[in-house]
Design a protein around this ligand. Structure first.
Ligand code: ZN
Length: 503
């Protein structure tokens, strides 16, 4: 009641032009927070539904269907299937500039099926996929924040556009270079990356590593291993020689490099000279030019291996990712809203549950974090995320929201225990509020966008962007298809059948 009176007062003086900009900003953010508070159930219904869909990259059909329907009902224009990927979702509301986009992902991981809330290993579907990084929460938080921003834009006649890009198959770095190549970010003024963490923070600087992933397939000639091996050309020998060749190179690479491989076709049985051998490589480094330099040497090694064995080979580009170039200006703006929203208020029971889980799995027993992380650049991580490509064509800020358990690493089933818990739900609320408030700032503060752009121009020029995607390459839309088709019938039994509608 009291708040209503204050708001009416602010409204009256706003008409008279007396309200300082900060009070106006506060009122807009307050509205966004109210919208989020009354839609907590809707938001968590989305996130929880996505958890049970547990869809692998490029197979996010149920997840994107739910998001599309929910966002369309909420007044968004939604495109599904852009850039040649059926599960690539782009949603937007409004028109013109400034145009601000949330960039995130919703894919699960193979073998991640776990009964939520169970502290010991208990898959819902044996060997099935599941969310063991919490990407399911991104669906709810991004949609909720965008809807709240839309309500603020409508109420306050704020011009511009708010967009969401749910890129497929982040876990295999498989989509963003294609989305960038298709021009989705050409008219975007700034983006915010969204990710679940156990911390509540933003950051700036070069966030992680560049990566290039390709599959090398060698073709030889088959023969009987005992009777006429001299007639054969062993394609698996070529694979082995490529592996040895790269090991010889390792000494001469920068200490920052990473390279790892798996042999995906290694022959049939010993007495058959294999006419096909295949090896899948990841090459990484702290910058894309450095990774590319190593990758070019890798291709030369493949040529050498083919020459030595009399085989031929072809290379299939699988994926690539530039390191994230995170904008400091946007980081400072996001941090203000992280500080404004603050950590969720955990109950004693929630903290105890986190402690019990940490103790059970030999992790430091610290419970849940109680303070937001101050702004700072972090050491460059040697992991990669294909959203990195986006940050070299448009200024990118970053937001991590606290919806996971400290010390529990992603990509393990243990990270699948809490994504639908009250801890996760509270973290999602904090994330949605911060994201919405930050976008409101970006839509209404032209100086912020100008400053972010100026910083971006300087920083991105230091390493001019080039795409690793070969001109004729198409996204691998069959990625994970067989795996998903195998498990989906069993997984369907757990679907939540929610129809969230924001109001
Ligand atoms: Zn992730």
């Amino acid at each position: 009641m009291r708040f209503d009176i204050i708001r009416r007062w602010i409204g009256v003086v706003a008409v008279l032009g007396l309200v300082p900009p900060s009070a106006q900003a506060d009122e807009r953010k307050q509205l966004a927070f109210e919208v989020i508070e009354r839609n907590v159930q809707q938001m968590t219904d989305i996130s929880d539904s996505l958890y049970y869909f547990g869809e692998l990259g490029m197979q996010e059909f149920e997840s994107t269907k739910l998001l599309k329907e929910t966002l369309e009902a909420g007044g968004f224009k939604v495109e599904l299937g852009g850039a040649g990927m059926p599960t690539n979702l782009w949603a937007e509301y409004g028109s013109g500039h400034p145009k601000i986009a949330i960039v995130t992902e919703i894919d699960a991981l193979p073998g991640g099926s776990q009964t939520p809330g169970e502290f010991t290993r208990k898959p819902m579907v044996q060997d099935g996929p599941g969310h063991m990084e919490g990407h399911n929460t991104h669906g709810g938080v991004a949609s909720m924040a965008a809807f709240a921003v839309k309500q603020v834009m409508q109420r306050h006649n704020i011009p511009g556009t708010v967009a969401i890009s749910f890129g497929p198959a982040e876990e295999q770095l498989a989509s963003r270079p294609f989305i960038v190549r298709a021009g989705y970010f050409k008219d975007v003024d700034a983006v915010i990356y969204l990710h679940i963490r156990d911390t509540f923070n933003t950051t700036f600087g070069i966030g992680n590593y560049a990566a290039i992933s390709s599959t090398f397939t060698f073709h030889g000639k088959t023969a009987h291993g005992g009777v006429n091996p001299w007639d054969g050309k062993d394609a698996v020998d070529a694979v082995v020689l490529m592996d040895i060749g790269f090991d010889k190179l390792r000494e001469h690479l920068r200490p920052t490099y990473r390279a790892h491989r798996t042999i995906t076709v290694g022959g049939i049985q010993p007495n058959i000279i294999p006419d096909k051998g295949q090896i899948w490589w990841f090459v990484r480094d702290a910058s894309m030019p450095a990774a590319k330099e190593t990758y070019d040497k890798l291709v030369k090694i493949a040529e050498g291996a083919a020459l030595m064995t009399g085989t031929t080979f072809d290379v299939k580009y699988s994926a690539s990712a530039w390191p994230q170039l995170v904008n400091k200006t946007l980081g400072e703006a996001v941090q203000k809203n992280v500080d404004l929203v603050g950590m969720p208020k955990w109950t004693e029971a929630e903290v105890q549950r986190a402690r019990d889980f940490q103790k059970m799995h030999d992790k430091p027993v610290i419970g849940l974090r109680t303070a937001v992380t101050p702004l700072g650049g972090r050491p460059q991580a040697s992991s990669s995320n294909d959203n990195g490509d986006v940050s070299w064509v448009v200024p990118a800020g970053s937001l991590n929201f606290p919806a996971a358990i400290p010390g529990i690493e992603a990509h393990e089933w243990k990270a699948g225990v809490f994504p639908t818990s009250s801890i996760s739900h509270k973290g999602q609320v904090a994330g949605a509020k911060t994201l919405a408030a930050s976008i409101v700032d970006m839509l209404t503060t032209p100086e912020l966008i100008q400053k972010a752009r100026a910083e971006f121009e300087t920083e991105s020029k230091k390493t001019p962007y080039f795409s690793l995607v070969p001109p004729d390459a198409k996204p691998d839309v069959d990625l994970n298809r067989a795996e998903m088709e195998k498990y989906r019938p069993e997984m369907k039994k757990f679907y939540l059948s929610k129809t969230p509608r924001f109001n």
